[in-house]
Ligand binder design. Structure first.
Ligand code: MG
Length: 160
């Protein structure tokens, strides 16, 4: 069976007064990711992992921030569109693993709900999704709570 891996990465600033939506889950936090869309860096990194593995365009090409269509967009809708395209390209999603590096919202209490939500969006069991939070050991701008960086990796299998 043909298997392919894909890697995604995203960084967003965290700004006061923005809703804090990560992994499709709204978190009670005074800052949230800035962006043309809702700024959900977790879903954006997952999109790039999926499109990378499937040989499709990346998130910025599919949903350019110069296009008013995507202003304030719910990234869950973008991910669902990508899942559709990945399926059309002949792939099934095996698993997705995510690392969120931030000193902003605490990730650990949100892990279970992120796994459920991402699994639902990808139409796979939550057990096929993992999410980990990392702190930044006081190093750099991200460590001052000014942003968050996300890495995502996925495995796709060619549909039989
Ligand atoms: Mg992004």
């Amino acid at each position: 069976m043909n298997e392919r891996v894909g890697l995604g990465f995203d960084v967003h600033r965290l700004e006061e007064g923005r809703p804090c939506i990560l992994g499709g889950v709204t978190i009670d936090h005074p800052t949230g990711p800035a962006g043309h869309s809702d700024g959900d860096a977790v879903l954006h990194a997952i999109i790039d992992a999926l499109t990378g593995a499937a040989g499709l365009d990346d998130v910025g090409t599919m949903f350019p921030d110069t296009d008013e269509t995507w202003k304030g967009a719910d990234s869950a809708r973008l991910l669902e569109a990508v899942v559709e395209r990945v399926g059309d390209a002949g792939f099934q999603i095996g698993n997705v693993d995510v690392v969120i590096a931030t000193e902003g919202p605490r990730i650990a209490p949100m892990r279970a709900s992120m796994r459920e939500r991402i699994g639902a969006l990808l139409r796979v069991d939550a057990g096929a999704i993992n999410v980990k939070g990392k702190t930044l050991e006081g190093l750099g701008a991200l460590a001052e709570g000014l942003g968050g960086a996300v890495q995502a990796i996925c495995l796709l299998r060619e549909s039989g």
